[in-house]
Design a protein around this ligand. Structure first.
Ligand code: MLT
Length: 252
């Protein structure tokens, strides 16, 4: 039986320690908001994004750069970290702010998920705003796919799982000749995507983190993060940095 397999993990900790990703393709999802921020920053011309786990690591790494060429970015509990240049609202990452800069990024869940996937042969960063662009990468990949949802503080997240299911649905549609087999989490993710279909904003508004972000004044971020295929680029994480692997033609 031909065809690659798709494994979805609701949180980074679900990825078995014994699972080697070196021969596989990984996809990291943090719709609210790290992967949306990553796609936006790259689209607006940042040089690269370096994910780190802790705030201290971010400060010490920034110290190795010429300060004018680097931006300290990220959040804790959704708010910009004291002393950082930017928080994690993708709306902060304008061309004027990020162009040609190295971005050092640490977030509560998203950067942890990225670091889990750093050994993958290929690791793409997926959000709702670049979904079809990332999907196109799989027509060139025959390896198993491991989709790692950032989740929320160690728990399942509706929005990341929905995004994973939406990607798999597109793969099934576009690669119907190739049998896509998956784990139980992948089956659930597809069912979620079929349930909500294109109601992206509704998913974000119903999610725990979406409600939290609204409660601390970031309701506009939900609208920004729900814009289907608004940013047709493919961020790839390799050698410890996230860069723009490809810009695809604008999706309808
Ligand atoms: C995360 O790391 O889960 C998110 O990026 C947190 C946020 O931006 O609110």
């Amino acid at each position: 039986m031909s065809g690659y397999r798709i494994f979805v993990y609701f949180t980074p900790d679900e990825l078995p320690a014994t699972r080697s990703l070196t021969q596989s393709c990984a996809v990291v999802i943090d719709v609210l908001r790290a992967s949306t921020t990553v796609a936006t920053a790259l689209k607006n011309g940042c040089k690269e994004i370096v994910p780190v786990e802790t705030v201290d690591q971010a400060f010490s790494l920034a110290g190795t750069f010429d300060r004018q060429n680097v931006l300290l970015c990220g959040e804790r509990k959704g708010h910009k970290v004291a002393g950082f240049d930017l928080g994690n609202s993708p709306r902060e990452y304008s061309k004027r702010t990020v162009e040609n800069k190295t971005i050092i990024l640490t977030t509560t869940n998203g950067t942890r998920a990225l670091l889990k996937a750093k050994k993958a042969e290929k690791c793409f960063v997926l959000s709702l705003i670049n979904l079809s662009s990332v999907r196109k990468m799989f027509s060139e990949n025959a390896a198993d796919v491991h989709i790692i949802c950032a989740g929320r503080e160690g728990d399942y997240s509706l929005e990341d799982t929905f995004c994973a299911g939406s990607l798999i649905r597109e793969l099934q549609v576009y690669h119907s000749g190739r049998l896509v087999r998956g784990n139980q989490q992948a089956v659930h993710a597809i069912e979620l995507a079929e349930k909500y279909n294109d109601s992206y904003l509704e998913v974000l508004q119903q999610s725990e983190h979406g409600k939290y972000l609204e409660s601390i004044g970031y309701e506009k971020d939900l609208i920004f993060c729900a814009r289907r295929n608004a940013i047709p680029i493919v961020p790839i994480y390799k050698n410890g940095k996230i860069i723009c692997e490809r810009k695809t033609e604008h999706q309808t």
